[in-house]
Design a protein around this ligand. Structure first.
Ligand code: CMC
Length: 436
């Protein structure tokens, strides 16, 4: 990272201000405006942070024009093919691939911390039957801070909390699913790997033995790796913002889970399947006619979006969607599942990628377009899809939180604004007000 280049800004009154230029390791350029307000009285205005770099970061590199995604320098394609979720999590959090001894120790800790306090297990009884699992997950992650109060001391060692969150979120996710279907919860089995243990807690029942299918275990590993980080997206920025106030790591991660829930972010995977089911419904408005739906999307007045398409950063095919599309074919084939939603999704992609509306706006399938079809085939219910996204994103959130708190130049996140309300006016007693 260098700051030798500069840029010149000429203000409306003719004053000139010199801005240092920060250049990243992949030659990304930023105007450093940190002295701008002090020197000129101006701030910058960037609704939705379309052009604002909130931080420098050494975790993930994303080139949206080229469709490139790398964690700590490693291409996502290589990690998805060769790594495991646990190894990739270590990479994200610690900055390098682990040695065998380091990986074994990290896995051992994740196994060892997989149980949740029995007191917390009773919390599940208190939620209404139809609770959305994201509501349960966020509440449970916040509650963990009550069981580990030393997290409130920012000088206490944090590695243990990082391990606890990664391990217990998986247990909480599975327990919340068991609650919704009225089955007894299944405790983790220490002999199983991280993803196999998750499948065991989700799908085993006490009445009979359960052995996770190795192809499904690999698919879950790949799905979680593909979701593990995506630099300064909405939920990760939320984790950083909440963490910047000194709030504990459980609070910061719970806030990230809530930001992820929205349908424009992680909630899109649920929205995609709901959209496909609505189009396919013989009694619904489209009766299987996906072209009719796409025409409606193109009509601005309809306010309808093709869910799972488009991205703030990718203006090319999302590399994660490319991997997921191929995986969907392989995994459904292995499981002998014939899902008409996969055929419809592919048909819609084909129509959209030839249509000027989508081409001119550079709208391509994103990570959420095919992931739901895979989750369905594995047996994960639609309402759990965003929980799966959260499970995958945990190491990314933790890596960003760690990077932030270890940075001595870190400051509380506090954007400014341009005020557009009334100028000063004076209080009028209620009997003298005319309304309006
Ligand atoms: N369907 C139809 N039109 C779209 C879509 C879509 N999915 N996405 C963007 N557009 C249009 C939009 O109407 C706008 O048109 P115009 O310039 O004529 O006003 C233009 O493309 C730019 O859209 P935008 O909303 O200004 O772009 P953004 O960068 O603010 O939004 C997005 C990015 C992901 C929120 C958006 O593409 C979207 O709503 N997609 C559907 C939801 C979705 O799949 N979200 C998951 C994102 S990937 C997972 C994650 O990281 O969270």
């Amino acid at each position: 990272m260098t700051t030798q280049k500069t840029a010149k800004l000429t203000l409306a009154d003719g004053r000139e201000h010199t801005l240092p230029v920060t250049v990243g390791s992949e030659n990304e350029h930023a105007l450093d405006i940190r002295a701008l307000r002090n020197d000129t009285g101006y701030i910058t205005l960037d609704t939705g942070y379309m052009n604002t770099g909130a931080t420098t970061s050494a975790i993930t590199y994303l080139d949206g024009e080229q469709g490139i995604l790398r964690y700590r320098g490693y291409p996502i394609e290589e990690l998805a093919e060769k790594s495991t979720f646990v190894e990739t999590s270590y990479l994200l959090i610690h900055g390098r691939l682990p040695t065998q001894a380091e990986l074994s120790e990290f896995s051992r800790k994740l196994t060892y911390h997989s149980m949740i306090h029995e007191g917390m297990r009773h919390f599940f009884e208190g939620f209404p039957d139809r609770s959305h699992p994201m509501a349960v997950l966020s509440a449970m992650v916040t509650s963990l801070s009550a069981y580990y109060p030393d997290c409130l001391d920012r000088d206490a060692p944090m590695d243990l909390h990082v391990t606890r969150i990664m391990s217990k979120v998986r247990t909480i996710a599975a327990f919340s699913y068991k609650k919704t279907i009225g089955q007894p919860i299944m405790y983790p089995r220490n002999a199983l790997s991280y993803c196999a243990n998750f499948l065991h807690m989700m799908f085993a029942v006490p009445a009979e033995p359960y052995e996770p299918d190795p192809v499904v275990v690999k698919a879950v590993n790949q799905l979680l790796i593909l979701h593990a980080d995506h630099e300064q997206n909405c939920s990760t920025s939320t984790v950083r913002l909440v963490g910047s106030s000194g709030a504990n790591v459980y609070a910061a991660v719970a806030a990230g889970i809530l930001a992820l829930w929205g349908p424009l972010h992680g909630g899109a995977n649920q929205a995609v399947i709901e959209m496909l089911e609505m189009i396919a419904n013989p009694n619904g408005p489209y009766k299987g006619d996906h072209k009719k739906f796409i025409n409606e999307v193109k009509d601005k007045k309809s306010n309808t979006r093709l869910m799972g398409f488009g991205h703030r950063v990718y203006k090319n095919y999302d590399p994660r969607a490319k991997i997921l599309k191929a995986m969907a074919d392989e995994v459904l084939d292995h499981l002998g599942v014939k899902d008409p939603m996969l055929d419809m999704a592919k048909a819609m992609e084909e129509v959209a990628l030839k249509d000027d509306y989508f081409v001119s706006k550079k709208l391509y399938p994103n990570v959420d377009f095919y992931s739901g079809i895979l989750y369905r085939a594995i047996g994960i219910p639609t309402e759990m899809f965003t929980v799966m996204f959260a499970l995958g994103r945990i190491p990314g959130w933790l890596a960003h939180w760690k990077e932030m708190v270890e940075d001595p130049s870190q400051k509380i996140g506090r954007p400014r604004q341009i005020y557009t309300g009334p100028t000063v006016r004076h209080y009028v007693p209620i009997d003298q007000r005319t309304g309006g």
